[in-house]
Design a binder for this molecule. Structure first.
Ligand code: ZN
Length: 230
């Protein structure tokens, strides 16, 4: 989570610029496509529309309230066209940051499948098999609603013939999930090239989630014990 003070907003804007530059390097978008945002208290800092990532500066990052009103008249940029989708996700989830990509593996999958199945247990990091939301025009309230519905119980959604959205408690986590999603889609496509792949069952995924929880709990306990004075 990001602080709502001016330091928190400044850090959020700088972080958005550095992660936006990574989108192209990591192959998650081309040109000025894709967008990302972080929530800072009652404000959302969101990347501007139609500006190249190479030219984007922290002061170009737009600020909007949760009802979509733009603040800071001094900023000459227009908030991302997908601002309604970002705001709908903040309203419906515990997200602290949202990343929207136009990455090729998930777009290819979206044109041919209803979901990304559990080809690898790491998909539990996204809440389970990732749904493909129906196609709705970019920038529309309908797309925002479709994305939120398909996100139920998940931190990732694939948008048919469009891209993907992930969220996390901060931008680093949301971005890592976007990379994980793209890797899972690529791995699934590779598996399909061998024939019909085996897919993990819901029970197997539940077992992974339980074991991950148990190990995290164990780590916290041992941290605590190590910190205790001898
Ligand atoms: Zn898009």
């Amino acid at each position: 989570m990001y602080g709502s003070d001016s330091d928190g907003l400044h850090a959020a804007r700088a972080e958005l610029v550095s992660y936006s530059a990574r989108l192209l390097d990591d192959g998650l978008a081309v040109g000025s496509a894709g967008n990302m945002s972080v929530r800072s208290g009652d404000l959302v800092a969101i990347t501007p529309s139609g500006i190249s990532y190479a030219e984007m500066r922290p002061e170009d990052v737009c600020l909007v309230t949760m009802d979509g009103t733009e603040t800071r008249a001094g900023n000459r940029e227009t908030p991302s066209t997908e601002t309604p989708m970002h705001l709908a996700i903040y309203a419906a989830t515990t997200a602290g940051a949202v990343v929207h990509t136009h990455s090729s593996e998930v777009i290819a999958l979206s044109a041919a499948r209803e979901e990304l199945p559990a080809i690898h247990y790491a998909i539990t990091g996204l809440g389970g098999p990732v749904r493909v939301a129906p196609y709705v025009r970019f920038g529309s309230d309908g797309l925002a609603a479709a994305a939120v519905e398909a996100l139920d119980g998940r931190s990732a959604v694939i948008l048919r013939n469009h891209g993907a959205v992930t969220y996390g408690h901060d931008l680093a986590q949301a971005y890592d999930r976007a990379l994980l999603l793209e890797w899972l889609a690529r791995t699934y496509r590779l598996a399909l090239s061998y024939g019909e792949p085996s897919i993990l069952s819901a029970a197997e995924l539940d077992e992974v989630t339980a074991e991950s929880r148990r190990r995290r709990y164990g780590e916290r306990r041992s941290d605590h014990q190590q910190r205790r004075p001898p």
